[in-house]
Design a protein. Structure first.
Length: 392
């Protein structure tokens, strides 16, 4: 029997007050009998709330968009542990490597406008770009940077990015590094190599990364609170605090400036409301920002990812690739675009399902045990929803 839930709607966003909750004993997910066609978001809320509470994480914001509508947005917990300052849709978070997706779409916009091309050679734009194998260096393209397939070892010089060195200072040392192999043949996740795109774009346009982001993406999409620097984050009155877990639970820790020197790979700040507008862009409903063809280029896998243990308990995932700033999960008859982020003790998750025209983003103000399962549970819950719909 379906749990009793009173439902009301404000500005297209659904909220609920639960009187009872009935869950599958094995998974914590609703059974087909417990879910209703117009209450998918509310049942996902039960799933999320259970995992969130068990994790002890101080705060989070969940945003779900279907078609052009925000069907669910809710803050959980508080901006800072030990206070009553509740997380809201306007609470500011750091989103970590979800920034890579912004950069991929920004580049897609610039490709669409003919300003750059995916196969542009880096050395044609940055003549001083060097690798240990100079013939390989001459072949590296924008697509290789954005798909982590340059041929460098995993996380090459990420430590120097976190130490605050500039992109070009680190780039000057790449010729010291032994390569894994030929470009386009090996996926190895990067932060510094990815962020070289900032220097590429500056030399092509004369504009810095934040200026390009604002001009071509943030302003047209109406993402008014997004920034990519520490000073903007600190100036916000409604910002969340990062937290770290310990024996006595989570406590707030200081903000730091890590990755603002390489914002394209991990330095963006955003609110839940901003991410709602971002999900609309990613679902292809903002052609004034980026057209469908260009967006699909961004989401087309460029290289296979061989190590897929992270997704072993995700429903239907058969293979994983990496596109332009996005992991792409092949799930039978359709694909899911996905990414996770982590920076300064913040944690974030995002996923887009174009076949069902639905997307989710969850921002946390702490690393926690449930974060890696939020998208998995979202996809599973939606699968149950689909089954019910098919039976009506």
């Amino acid at each position: 029997m379906m749990a009793a839930v009173s439902v009301f709607c404000t500005a297209g966003v659904y909220f609920s007050e639960e009187n009872d909750s009935t869950m599958s004993m094995n998974t914590g997910l609703p059974t087909p009998e417990e879910i209703h066609i117009d209450r998918f978001a509310h049942y996902y809320e039960k799933v999320f709330e259970k995992g969130f509470k068990a994790s002890g994480c101080p705060g989070a914001i969940v945003t779900i968009v279907q078609d052009t509508n925000v069907i669910y947005m809710r803050g959980f917990g508080v901006n800072k542990a030990g206070t009553k300052d509740s997380v809201s849709s306007s609470s500011l978070f750091r989103i970590g490597s979800l920034s890579k997706g912004f950069t991929g779409v920004l580049c897609g916009i610039l490709v669409e406008q003919g300003i750059i091309h995916w196969e542009d050679k880096i050395m044609d734009i940055i003549p001083e770009f060097r690798l240990k194998d100079m013939e390989q260096a001459k072949r590296i393209t924008i697509a290789h940077l954005l798909s982590h397939s340059v041929g460098l070892p995993r996380h090459t010089f990420t430590d120097l990015v976190e130490d605050g060195m500039t992109i070009t200072e680190i780039m000057d040392r790449l010729d010291e590094v032994d390569l894994l192999g030929e470009e386009g043949k090996f996926f190895a996740y990067q932060n510094h190599a990815y962020s070289i795109i900032e220097e590429v774009l500056w030399r092509k346009t004369g504009l810095k990364y934040q200026e390009l982001l604002s001009k071509y993406l943030l302003n047209p999409a109406g993402m008014r609170n997004v920034s990519a620097d520490l000073s903007s984050f600190m100036a916000c009155d409604n910002k969340t605090c990062p937290h770290r877990g310990g024996k006595k639970g989570y406590t707030a820790v200081p903000w730091n400036g890590k990755y603002y020197n390489a914002a394209s790979c991990g330095g963006i700040n955003a609110t839940g409301s901003d991410m709602a507008e971002w999900l609309k862009v990613l679902l292809g409903h903002r052609e004034n920002v980026i057209g469908d063809s260009a967006l699909m280029q961004v989401f087309t896998p460029y290289i296979d990812i061989q190590d897929n243990d992270y997704y072993h308990n995700w429903y239907g995932v058969q293979s994983v690739g990496y596109a332009m700033g996005w992991r792409v999960l092949e799930c039978g008859d359709h694909q899911i675009e996905y990414h996770a982020g982590s920076v300064n003790d913040y944690r974030s998750e995002i996923a887009i399902d174009h076949q069902n025209n639905i997307a989710i983003c969850v921002l946390f103000n702490a690393q926690n045990s449930y974060a890696r399962n939020v998208v998995r549970d979202f996809l599973l819950t939606y699968k149950v929803y689909e089954k019910v719909v098919s039976q009506i």
